[in-house]
Design a binder for this molecule. Sequence first.
Ligand code: BDR
Ligand code: CA
Length: 317
Amino acid sequence: MVKKNSELKKIIIDCDPGHDDAIALLLAIKADNLEILGVTTVAGNSELHNTTRNARKILDYAGYPDIDVYSGCDRPMQRELFRLTGAIIHGEDGLGGPMLPPPVTPVKAEHAVDYLIRTLRDTEDRIILIVTGPMTNIAAAMEKAPDIKDNIDKIIVMGGAIFEPGNITSAAEFNIYVDPEAAKIVFGSGCELFLVSLDVTMKAMFFEEDIETLRNQGHKISVVVASLLDFFAETHVKHFGFKACPIHDALCVGILIEENLIEFKKTFVDVALHDPLTVGETVADLWGITGNMANCHIAMRVDREKFVRMICEHMKK
Ligand code: BDR
Ligand code: CA
């Protein structure tokens, strides 16, 4: 079932499923123009054993046992794993809601970091990395094998908040907050970097009627996605006080399907590391004041209607 064709964009998805990670995986599977080379998992929304199992569970359920899953780092580079919000938002096992059957396909034995290095070294085509969890695996691979950067076409990251407040502290977005040292390495890597931040993900929400549209499509995948979003919407009510779902991570895949889904602006971005008040904050030099070279395309605007249509159409394929 793995799509293979020289025309397809080759991607690796590094994730911590997580409801929105799961939907990002499903969107990538269903996209006609993408070939998933592999899926790597990291600790984030839940412990590593849960995020790995959830990735495998989703792929098996969708009928893609031949997409390999590699389990990666079980904790951030220099900190303890921060779990509180992950559990509140995504449930105890990271994927609360629908009772999906347990996965049957084994996870690969190779560590995700070694898989990333091997694949990026062996490839004839440049590869796109989609990173929808803390950036621990990617940063660890770059530290261990800096040469792999040459074969990275671009890195599309869900993370950060430039204009919006954070969602885990007032300043920081969850993925960056969990492993800010890893994020700093990736921001400083010199790779082409696209930051799909809360600035757009919070403006591309799924509301109750969008979830109903998915459910009414009656397809095996869209019904499960609707039920994932039911759970996600409820936890957003409890934790944030609004009943809607930002499917953050799927937007990273979305821009590979329709380039103009998000409008970007290139600027210099760095990550705060030390002050407890700001740790994990993504700080952008919007006016070019610092003289630092622009290292990141930051997300400015998103077409919500287009995104909702894209998800609904792909989930019934
Ligand atoms: C990010 O944090 C996680 O909870 C989501 O999966 C997403 O990647 C949003 O801040
Ligand atoms: Ca995620």
